[in-house]
Design a protein around this ligand. Structure first.
Ligand SMILES: [Zn+2]
Length: 384
């Protein structure tokens, strides 16, 4: 496993724009992956159409008849649109590459490919089969991919999944993830002429402006819940009392039942405004990913991953993170998974996204050791 070769292949992938909305770029990227992963021995490649999405998921299957089966998961979209200024990789020093998606998660796909190629040389490879599922819309919530991910999770074919999202900047894996949802808080008032008849109006902007600080304050009141008022609109002209204002709020929760609590609080806070004549606050939206809460099975998986790391001189710990991934959907579908197995990176989702290059080899080697031991029956897992 040679670092320079992995680096160069990663650069060639990252220089292809595959922003979640850039269909032509996603097609190009998927065909690169189909060729690279399709060269694994015996691989069967399928492009899987996704209703509601102009592009496809990619499924690569190797040895579906083997006695042990696992799922590997990754996304090939990035957060950078085709007209974003951040399009090319720059080698900052021999160990640091900056570029779009170099960590999140084309670097993770590189770790996966390097590990699987190496694993295929092992005499025990015949005893482990796997399916790799690549999704094109993870960065926008995996809306179209969700049925395919959930079907894989529920198929009963796989012992567990490995998710090659990037590790944390300090090298930690991902222990658990927050669930994410997007909500709209709409305030309805009553329009009126601002000069002739202002008292007949009910100013929706003012009422929403009164509501939002209380919404934001929930950040301090509900442990494990995060709210971000990220967008706002309302009104139509300065001579009209506005009858409409709305705010978009991103909500992140740590436990599944946090969702109910935060929504109940939002309704409670709206009640005094709704009690006034002519005002109504409406709350719409949903949690599109439930939290990924760690299970005892996953704790055992992680302990084995740690042991493999120790044998190679790498000490792993893991941590809770605020961002969601396809790991959330796999967990919701009942498939235990280990997440954050990709490279060490930093400044994700910004023009400074970078990867610590040696972590490509390090993480891939740990994965090879884990796969080899699992294939050989040396990793004992509790019944899921
Ligand atoms: Zn990602």
């Amino acid at each position: 496993m040679e670092l320079a070769a992995l680096r160069d292949q990663l650069i060639s992938w990252a220089n292809v724009n595959s922003g979640s909305e850039h269909v032509a770029g996603l097609e190009r990227m998927r065909h690169l992956l189909a060729a690279d992963f399709g060269s694994l021995p015996g691989a069967v490649v399928q492009h899987v159409p996704l209703p509601g999405n102009a592009t496809c998921a990619l499924r690569v299957t190797v040895r579906p008849e083997a006695p042990r089966q696992i799922l590997c998961s990754g996304h090939y979209d990035t957060v950078y649109p085709s007209d974003h200024s951040f399009q090319r990789c720059t080698l900052l020093d021999p160990n640091t590459l900056r570029g779009p998606g170099v960590a999140d998660m084309k670097g993770g796909l590189m770790v996966m490919l390097a590990a699987l190629r190496e694993f295929e040389r092992s005499p025990v490879a015949a005893r482990l089969g796997y399916e790799i599922l690549f999704t094109p819309d993870e960065e926008t919530g995996s809306v179209a991919s969700r049925p395919v991910i959930e079907a894989a999770a529920r198929s009963g074919k796989f012992a567990f999944a490995l998710v090659f999202e990037p590790a944390r900047a300090n090298g930690d894996l991902v222990k658990s993830r927050k669930g994410t949802g997007s909500f709209t808080l709409t305030c309805h008032g009553r329009a009126a002429h601002a000069g002739r008849d202002p008292s007949a109006g009910r100013n929706a902007i003012l009422a929403l402006a009164e509501y939002l600080p209380a919404v934001h304050a929930l950040n301090d009141q509900l442990a494990g819940t995060m709210l971000n008022i990220g967008q706002i609109q309302g009104g139509s002209a300065v001579n009209i009392v506005p009858d409409f204002a709305a705010a978009q709020v991103g909500i992140r929760i740590t436990r599944a039942n946090d969702g109910e609590s935060v929504l109940a609080r939002l309704h409670e806070l709206a009640a005094p405004i709704n009690a006034r004549d002519g005002y109504r606050i409406e709350i719409t939206g949903q949690f599109n990913r439930l939290p990924k809460e760690v299970t005892p099975f996953e704790e055992t998986l992680f302990a084995h991953w740690q042991a493999c790391g120790r044998e190679l001189g790498v000490n792993f710990s893991w941590q809770h993170v605020g961002g969601g991934s396809d790991g959330n959907l796999l967990s919701a579908g009942g498939l235990p998974n280990l997440d954050g197995l990709g490279p060490v990176g930093d400044h994700l989702h910004s023009s400074d996204e970078m990867i610590h290059l040696p972590s490509l080899v390090e993480r891939a080697q740990v994965a090879v050791r884990f796969l080899t031991k699992f294939a050989a029956g040396e990793i004992k897992l509790p019944s899921a």
